[in-house]
Design a protein around this ligand. Sequence first.
Ligand SMILES: [Zn+2]
Length: 289
Amino acid sequence: MMDVRLSTQAAPDRITNEDGVLAIGALVAVFDGVTQPSTVDSGCSHGPAWYVRRLAARLALAYADAPEDPLPDLLAHAIGDVADEHRATCDLTRPATPASTVCMLREGRDHIDYLVLCDSTLVLDCGERTTAVTDNRIHQVIARTRPETVAGSEATVKPVTVAKWRHTNQRDGYWIAAANPQAAHHSVTGRAPLSGPDRVRRAALLTDGAAAAVDQFRLFDWAGLLDALASSGPAKLIGRIRSAEAAAVLDDARLRYKRYDDATAAICLFEDTDRRLLRPHVRRDITGP
Ligand SMILES: [Zn+2]
């Protein structure tokens, strides 16, 4: 019963989109593949765009096989399946092995389940309250490890990248979909009702390139972002982000090191379950020949 609109767009200065999006049955998910520096040997001949597409495809298959399974189980399954696809040809133990953030939502009969892994964002409109759910452990790691990275041993790589590698999919670090299925079980997960006063009206799934509309460019607050997505759609939102990116001053402390980023947004609109239950049941008799 949810109405879904989605858009995913590569950064205007890049050919390949390393974001991805999936909508199948009651499941919606967005993915943001981690761009690796060209000077780094990731041990994988496929790359982030391939990884994101395969992860989306494997997640769709896992969901098709077991639509009611817990979301972390479905994601763990998908991560393991993608790893199996290139385990024989690629070295999956390298720190720069392809990786992706994940944000997913599944509509149930009377609630939604959600999962956020690494720095994608889920925005929930629950009537009086709008909540943004994200997993910012990666930013905590970056903030915490800056001093220790000054003497980074790999001269061709930014020290912050080396620092991130040391803490990727480690208990005291941050978790992301890569080669280790266990990462899925360290996701931020939750559930929200589809009926009652606190019911979810709208939900947005955003990669960081789309969340930048709020947390970098301040075009809206989270509620305003939901309004924009619901009224004009995700493609228009990304268009506004492109304008903001083009106009931004690159050495602005708020701006990331790159001008443009891949951006993906999905907006889900939910019918009021209480009202749906009240609707008169229409019976249609089908008569055979
Ligand atoms: Zn590979």
